[in-house]
Design a protein around this ligand. Structure first.
Ligand code: SF4
Length: 303
């Protein structure tokens, strides 16, 4: 859960009332997509969360802050648990949460058949696509699931989604040193996205220990990449702020280690529980770790 510091200020002073936050929720325990830069991918797939279990993350997080945005960017591939995710979002938009669909974002590696029906089932909800590479070869190298969803077919699905929805698409792009962060890749990406209305989000890679040999791109490379997309292709491009790396809860770092015998760090403050496959850490729930970064809090949900 991330507090939005700007939303907490009004005229340079703290806003009255509770802080408003963005909540990152999970849709599965583990994930079968096995992206090579993601700790969750090393766990394999355990099971799908029910719509109730997804909404439960919002229920608990709402006890601590006014949740303004929800992003499906925690554990799992949301579109592989399509029915439960659609149902959970419909509940989140209803009473008592009343979240605006424009403030909900679902992130996918690009499950084409689900993208094709996404707008019909969830009009106005934002779609984010984890593209991470400008060509099929690099995509397959870092995201094995890309073999099942070839880039050409994915781009065609995105075009028809945008034609129907008239909504911009968020493109997620993890910056991996020497793999996908060179100038030529920025030009390839710019050309690939020319026909779409998109916002590109460049994501600094967070270390996942021995599970991956990738290194993060240098800040200079990330800025140069952004400059090409903005300057040459006029694509709105942001760089994601890194948060939560200190407690292994940043993007791509969520994992449950069944061999871990220590109490979960996120729950230590409340006596802790043993990590197991039935516990999702670093998400949202009934307990929180006050040692976390000042503007981010992590919860654990036991199922
Ligand atoms: S990045 Fe997302 S889709 Fe890929 S393995 Fe991790 S959780 Fe699954």
């Amino acid at each position: 859960m991330r507090y939005d510091p700007k939303l907490g200020m009004y005229d340079g002073k703290p806003r009255p009332g509770v802080q408003r936050s963005t909540l990152c929720v999970s849709s599965q325990v583990g994930c079968k997509m096995a992206c090579k830069f993601c700790a969750t991918g090393t766990m394999g797939f355990k099971y799908n969360l029910s719509s109730g279990e997804i909404v439960e993350q919002l229920v608990h997080a709402s006890c601590f802050s006014d949740i303004r945005n929800v992003v499906f960017m925690g554990m799992g591939e949301p579109l592989n648990n399509y029915t439960a995710v659609v149902e959970a979002i419909q509940i989140m938009m209803g009473s008592p949460f009343r979240l605006s669909p424009k403030r909900i974002t679902v992130s996918t590696v690009g499950i084409i058949h689900a993208i094709n029906k996404f707008h019909d089932n969830l009009p106005s909800v934002n779609l984010a696509v984890s593209l991470h590479a400008p060509d099929q070869d690099i995509r397959c190298q870092i995201m094995p699931s890309a073999r099942a969803f070839p880039l050409g077919k994915l781009m065609a699905a995105l075009e028809s989604y945008q034609e129907k929805s008239q909504q911009k698409i968020f493109i997620e792009y993890i910056m991996l040193d020497g793999v996908n962060d060179l100038e030529q890749h920025a030009h390839q990406l710019g050309e690939l996205l020319q026909t779409l209305k998109v916002v590109v989000n460049l994501i600094p890679f967070n270390s996942i220990g021995n599970s991956s040999s990738f290194r993060a791109s240098t800040k200079e490379n990330v800025r140069a990449f952004q400059k090409i997309l903005r300057g040459v292709y006029n694509i709105r491009t942001t760089i994601r702020k890194q948060m939560g790396e200190d407690i292994s809860g940043a993007c791509g770092q969520l994992v449950v280690d069944p061999f871990e015998t220590n109490a979960c760090r996120s729950c230590e403050a409340l006596g802790g529980h043993r990590r197991s496959a039935s516990v999702i850490c670093s998400l949202s729930a009934s307990s929180f770790n006050s040692r976390a970064s000042p503007n981010i809090q992590f919860f654990c949900v036991k199922f």
